[in-house]
Design a protein around this ligand. Structure first.
Ligand code: OOB
Length: 572
């Protein structure tokens, strides 16, 4: 079951870019095909502000609270920041961890790094020492940019500690006040409003260069890094913007975390700016804040995850906001229930668009003209004719039309391998370059996909992905814990929450104790188990693996998980 165009298997010999020891590119002839089809262009992400500034200098590109940037101003600020980062010592190819909340500084910095040919590593605001240490170690980042404080967490001391532990990490830049930390550079000092000084010409950035590193939800114990190039990421945003019919009159509200691939390029910030539209940064997904901005800025399109939808619908009813500008609400990152999907259009007076995407690449959208039934019951279809989709059973054999299978995919913006992780090639990719998504889907004759389950060991907590193996590793470090298994439990609010099954050598730690324990180990808070179940033993499969299906079934059947009989069940 392959989408058009039918292709011959990729030739193993040669890649279209000089082979990198860090990440595998696309095979040479595949790249030629993508270029000939017009998917890949010789365009650089860092040129977007200047290109648009030449076309519409006075149009508004970016809004953050009372601050507004025309395209001319955006291009000038990006150019100045480019120079400042160069003088700070950043160079083409350098990796820079970016951990900023939804604020204009992220956009300015991101384009300046692109101009420089440096590679932003997209950390999420909730990431803590564990995740950041992993990113610093794997990428060898030379820079780290973070906010002074976000969500009542002061980032400065942990940032200084991170830098001290990683000698390669020479540049720490804080959006806000360094607060006495020597060597920490205030972001504001890089943007003094001076005329940009020329940056010495070096080897020019190329469209097939590594442009950014995204984080995968992961299933291997540590977050994996996803290499994206200028040409593939630019195409990702352009293809999505085409489906959404973005143009200069489009106003996109960035509600979900700004570094999330959904917000960045599906079509998000990049798709909107490539089309000459306006990006409005929303500081919080809180419905009152977001809908007030829709009203004030005439937002035409925005994107949320399923747990936010009921809150938005309620606020739309009572909030007194004029939402008449809103044409499209995108919903994705986790499965949207069909019933809830049906309420979106009538309640908000806009089109619902379901979005099934992944940082690894493949993006599926429902179309603006698709029948309501398709829009409310499927998660869309691939945005590019170059996307190839295969549904296979457990043996890798394609399933019959209409049956459920694991989604495999390759295409012009889907990775061929993770960054600095050659050992994952065999488990996450087929020999002919298909990425194994771990998602179980059904495919309609129209090509629309419906997500029905998951084959990967991951919990999707309202769009936030939790790698079960990673958390289990940390749980096992607790002195009371002898064995641990983390599984998803259905939840009306978030879709899924996490439940930890623990075999303990004494009193089992409570949910709260574990949250504190994991926080002290430096793990992001959303990874802490929502429920803890003490059991006398973990069920095993015939080959000796922990039988997570059996655990999920126990939860489903009676909510008293210890079929073996000795646990206290749920701990508050
Ligand atoms: C998005 O990206 P990631 O990398 O955080 O997570 C990808 C995974 C998918 O493999 C799938 O398991 C799940 O998230 N997912 C959905 C979904 N959208 C994503 N599961 C069911 N229904 C959906 N609509 O989550 C992401 C990236 C770009 C755009 C949108 C979402």
């Amino acid at each position: 079951m392959t989408t058009t165009p039918a292709t011959t298997p990729d030739s193993p010999e040669g890649q279209h870019r000089p082979p990198s020891p860090d990440w595998p590119g696309w095979p040479a002839e595949t790249g030629e095909r993508y270029r000939a089809a017009g998917y890949w262009r010789d365009e650089l992400l860092g040129d977007i502000p200047a290109r648009q500034a030449a076309l519409r200098p006075d149009a508004i590109a970016l809004v953050d609270g009372p601050r507004r940037w025309t395209y001319a101003r955006l291009a000038a600020d990006v150019a100045e920041l480019h120079g400042s980062l160069y003088r700070l010592g950043l160079r083409r190819g350098d990796r820079v961890i970016v951990q900023l909340p939804n604020q204009a500084e992220f956009v300015l910095l991101w384009f300046a790094l692109q101009r420089l040919g440096a590679v932003p590593v997209h950390a999420l605001p909730g990431h803590r020492r564990q995740e950041l240490t992993h990113l610093a170690r794997v990428t060898g980042a030379v820079g780290y940019v973070f906010p002074e404080r976000h969500a009542r967490y002061d980032h400065r001391r942990p940032a200084a500690e991170l830098a001290a532990a990683h000698p390669a990490l020479k540049h720490t830049v804080v959006v806000g006040d360094p607060g006495g930390h020597v060597g920490m550079v205030p972001f504001a000092s890089l943007l003094g409003g001076e005329a940009p000084r020329p940056v010495p010409a070096e080897a020019p950035v190329a469209a097939d260069d590594l442009a950014l590193l995204l984080l995968s939800g992961g299933t291997t114990g540590t977050p994996k890094l996803i290499p994206r190039t200028h040409q593939d990421y630019g195409y990702n945003a352009r293809a999505a913007a085409d489906v959404c019919r973005l143009g200069p009159a489009s106003v996109y509200l960035a509600v979900l975390p700004i570094a999330f691939n959904f917000t960045m390029s599906c079509p998000g910030i990049l798709g909107t700016l490539q089309a000459g539209g306006t990006v409005v940064v929303c500081p919080s997904p809180d419905p009152a804040t977001a809908l007030a901005l829709v009203d004030r800025e005439g937002v035409t399109i925005t994107a949320v995850n399923p747990p936010l939808v009921p809150h938005w619908l309620r606020e739309a009813q009572v909030g007194g906001h004029d939402l008449s500008s809103l044409a499209v609400l995108q919903v994705g990152a986790a499965r949207l229930a069909d019933d809830l999907a049906r309420r979106v259009g009538p309640s908000l007076g806009c089109r619902l668009q379901q979005v099934f995407g992944m940082a690894e690449g493949l993006l599926n959208l429902t179309g603006l003209d698709d029948p309501d039934e398709i829009v409310c019951t499927t998660q869309g279809r691939p945005v590019s004719p170059g996307d190839e989709v295969l549904l296979v059973d457990g043996d890798g054999t394609p399933v019959a039309e209409g049956r459920t299978g694991e989604l495999l995919t390759r295409g012009p913006y889907t990775l061929r391998g993770y960054y600095r992780s050659p050992e994952l090639a065999g488990s996450h990719f087929t020999p002919d370059g298909f990425y194994r998504t771990g998602d179980l889907v059904r495919r309609l004759p129209t090509g629309h996909l419906s997500v029905v389950g998951r084959a990967k060991d991951q919990i999707n907590r309202g769009g936030e992905k939790i790698d079960a193996t990673e958390v289990e590793g940390h749980l096992l470090a607790h002195t009371a814990v002898e064995a641990a298994a983390l599984v998803a439990v259905a939840d009306t609010e978030l879709g899924e929450r996490s439940a930890a099954f623990l075999v303990c050598n004494g009193p089992a730690p409570s949910v709260r104790e574990l949250a504190r324990f994991l926080r002290d180990r430096g793990l992001a808070a959303y990874k802490a188990p929502d429920r803890v179940h003490e059991v006398t033993e973990l069920p095993l499969t015939p080959v000796g693996k922990i039988d997570k299906n059996a655990l999920r079934q126990r939860l489903q059947e009676n909510g008293t998980p210890d079929a073996a009989g000795g646990g206290p069940g749920r701990k508050p």
